[in-house]
Write a protein that binds this ligand. Structure first.
Ligand SMILES: Nc1ncnc2c1ncn2[C@@H]1O[C@H](COP(=O)(O)OP(=O)(O)O)[C@@H](O)[C@H]1O
Ligand SMILES: O=P(O)(O)OC[C@H](O)CO
Length: 498
């Protein structure tokens, strides 16, 4: 096996990462990470600089190749996993963005979404796209750029502009402007894509005033979508795996059977359950999303997206300055027996599933004269587990499936206090795998399947390996009492800035 290496691109909300996997020894040969600026022009608005993302991403790809000392010609393929929903609109001839990327967390289109709801589009959008109307998804973000950047609408109508999620933006650049593509998982996050007919939806495009021609061609999550141009890495390498990062993590966790689920603890928390070949009807505000398309096979996932999780720990570190590192949150939380009855609801950018409240904002509830820094830190960590609990409770109702275990990954799953509390509050086993770079691993698997390094998902299934299992040990009484307090706190945070 000469070409035994795969590069995974994990383009996340706060950093761009490249991971070089040696698929023969099943190990990570090199990892590089580059953070980029978070731009907050107004309260509730979040932007990224697309050029900064692209240059940073290319730099870390080149770095992992250089650090591992391998020849780029031994790289079999590239897999891409990306922060989802975030959109870029760029000039087709110069390749320059016409505005910053509008990030999934950005709330600027809340009023556009209210308008869509007033026009009675809720059920139509749910049926076609599997989604609920929310500023989270890409559609209204593209609409906003077209309506607010001078001349953009006219230029889009003349076919001069292209739009896409971050996967499209990176692939466009990696291929030297040759490929304008996205995969089905990313398309399913736009609120413009029909997830059962597997095509861009003309009615929704017209409603939002988005010309079809500016959108990418949609391809399978596994299979060659294009080749890197020679000047990027010295050789042409096939890009043969693409998926939104949460779907990539579901794949990397080998959740291939119906009813298996994972939670990724990054900036937000994203709980996805494999629901098989058909979407299910959600009565509790979860969304249906495409898990992956491989060949002719389409699989769906039920998803609950929590907007703020690890970001609450970043907030403790960067704004509140209560901790110096994210890891310290565990040490501080373990210094106290409980939160002393307080709750942090980190609804910094509203609440996602199952509340979908664009106007909720963060609160700390139940403070007394005895409240200490450690209590606040502990409550912020616990809020991550409670929000995941909110999602998993309704997931059970919507899917009719009683989850037996939860597989976990993402930066914050390194926090064993949080993982134990998660097991306690859910009352199920929480399993942390040996490789927690699950998103990158999933992209590598998709790319490897797409270029023939693996032949089937069964082969991949056998590679999943356990690091640690967290077993619940909290009484029912205690669990119920704590969870009731959380629900009361959430109520207080809702509709805060309506
Ligand atoms: N030990 C830890 N305890 C709690 N949170 C952590 C810990 N380590 C990292 N995090 C949080 O995890 C997030 C980073 O995880 P990552 O998976 O890289 O996120 P993303 O892909 O969203 O950028 C940050 O928000 C950080 O605050
Ligand atoms: O960058 P992450 O890992 O927080 O993931 C962001 C999600 O894809 C948003 O839907």
């Amino acid at each position: 096996m000469d070409k035994k290496y795969i590069i995974s691109i994990d383009q996340g909300t706060t950093s761009s990462r490249a991971v070089l996997f040696d698929m023969k020894s099943k190990s990570i040969k090199a990892v590089k990470n580059k953070q980029f600026r978070q731009i907050y022009p107004y309260p509730g608005w979040v932007e990224h600089d697309p050029e900064e993302i692209w240059h940073g991403q290319l730099e870390v790809i080149r770095d992992v190749i250089a650090e591992s000392g391998i020849d780029a010609s031994y790289i079999s393929c590239i897999g891409i996993a990306n922060q989802r929903e975030t959109v870029v609109v760029w000039d087709k001839s110069t390749g320059k963005p016409i505005y910053n990327a509008i990030v999934w967390q950005c709330r600027r289109t809340a009023d556009l979404c209210d308008k869509l709801k007033d026009e009675g589009l809720d059920q139509i959008i749910k049926k076609k796209t599997g989604l609920v109307i929310d500023a989270y998804f890409s559609g209204t973000k593209i609409k906003w750029i077209l309506e607010n950047v001078p001349g953009a609408k006219e230029r889009a109508n003349k076919g001069e502009l292209l739009a896409g999620t971050i996967d499209s933006w990176l692939i466009w650049n990696l291929t030297g402007g040759k490929a304008h593509v996205t995969d089905y998982t990313n398309a399913s996050r736009t609120m413009l894509f029909n997830i059962t007919r597997l095509e861009w939806d003309e009615e929704l495009l017209q409603h939002m005033g988005i010309p079809r021609a500016m959108l990418p061609h949609v391809v399978s999550s596994s299979g060659i979508a294009g080749y890197t141009s020679e000047e990027m890495l010295g050789v042409k390498i096939p890009i043969s795996g693409i998926a939104g990062d949460q779907q990539a993590a579901l794949f990397g966790q080998a959740c291939f059977e119906v009813g298996t689920a994972k939670n990724t603890y990054g900036t937000g928390c994203f709980i996805l359950m494999n629901i098989g070949k058909e979407p299910v009807k959600s009565e509790h505000n979860l969304i249906n999303t495409i898990a992956w398309v491989i060949g002719d096979e389409v699989e769906y996932a039920l998803e609950g997206s929590v907007f703020n999780a690890g970001s609450a720990i970043q907030w403790l570190r960067d704004e509140m300055r209560l901790i110096k590192t994210a890891h310290e949150s565990q040490i501080e939380a373990e210094k106290v027996e409980s939160t002393g009855g307080i709750y942090v609801v980190p609804a910094f950018t509203g609440l996602g599933a199952p509340y979908w409240d664009m106007y909720a904002r963060g609160i700390i509830a139940g403070i007394t004269r005895g409240t200490r820094r450690e209590h606040i830190i502990r409550a912020a960590l616990e809020s991550i587990a409670y929000q995941s609990m909110d999602v998993l409770r309704v997931m059970k109702l919507d899917s009719g499936i009683e989850l037996k275990e939860l597989r976990v990954d993402g930066g914050a799953c390194a926090n064993s206090f949080l993982m134990q509390f998660q097991a306690d509050i859910l009352n199920i086993n929480v399993k942390r795998p040996r490789i927690i770079e699950t998103t990158a691993l999933g992209a590598a698997y998709l790319a490897g399947l797409g270029s023939g390094l693996w032949n089937s998902k069964d082969e991949i299934q056998r590679e999943w390996a356990l690091d640690k299992i967290f077993i619940p040990c909290m009484s029912d009484e205690m669990r119920n009492e704590k969870y009731m307090g959380w629900k009361k706190a959430v109520e207080r945070s809702m509709e805060w800035c309506k």
